[in-house]
Ligand binder design. Structure first.
Ligand SMILES: [Zn+2]
Length: 174
């Protein structure tokens, strides 16, 4: 990978793969709680395919790939993939590590922990034991599934959770 692959928002990661199926890789070891990258882009009121929801009606759109900034676009964080057991979470406009990330490891976050409704739902094949399968947004999760995401949730989704965990008698399924 050449220097053009470097993610402008943060020097700790780079984009890899193809413009159609890219991914974000750590360039160095990143410790839990450390900022992986800072999210930049244009705020919109509706989700787009690559946007991240950062508020009740606020969706940060990274814009297109390509252009004068290079093949990965101005905001290569658009290539952050979903993971049901991710190594990062979105806190405000920061992507923060939730466990140690090794150099060269792919950085992922759980889309259901930021998005109320995905503009482009998809089926996950991440292979995690608790893989959620169909990923369509927080709105479609059962109360138990929502509670399980609590440590990863963005502030605007945390407001949907009760102050205390619900009883284990939730039977709504998924
Ligand atoms: Zn999965």
């Amino acid at each position: 990978m050449g220097t053009g692959d470097r993610v402008s928002d943060c020097r700790r990661v780079r984009a890899a793969g193809s413009q159609e199926h890219g991914r974000i890789l750590a360039e160095e070891p990143i410790g839990p709680g450390e900022v992986v990258l800072r999210l930049g882009g244009a705020l919109r009121s509706e989700p787009t395919q690559h946007s991240i929801q950062v508020g009740l009606h606020q969706h940060l759109d990274p814009g297109p790939a390509g252009g004068p900034a290079g093949p990965w676009g101005e905001h290569p964080w658009r290539y952050l993939n979903h993971g049901c057991e991710p190594n990062a979470r979105v806190a405000g406009l920061d992507l923060v590590a939730v466990r140690p990330i090794a150099s060269g490891e792919e950085v992922t976050f759980n889309y259901n922990a930021t998005e109320w409704r995905l503009a482009s739902p998809f089926t996950c094949w991440c292979g995690a034991p608790d893989c959620a399968g169909a990923i369509s947004g927080f709105q479609d999760l059962s109360p138990a599934e929502r509670e399980r995401l609590r440590p990863l949730l963005s502030d605007h989704l945390l407001t949907h959770l009760p102050a205390r965990p619900p009883s284990a008698a939730d039977g709504t399924g998924a």
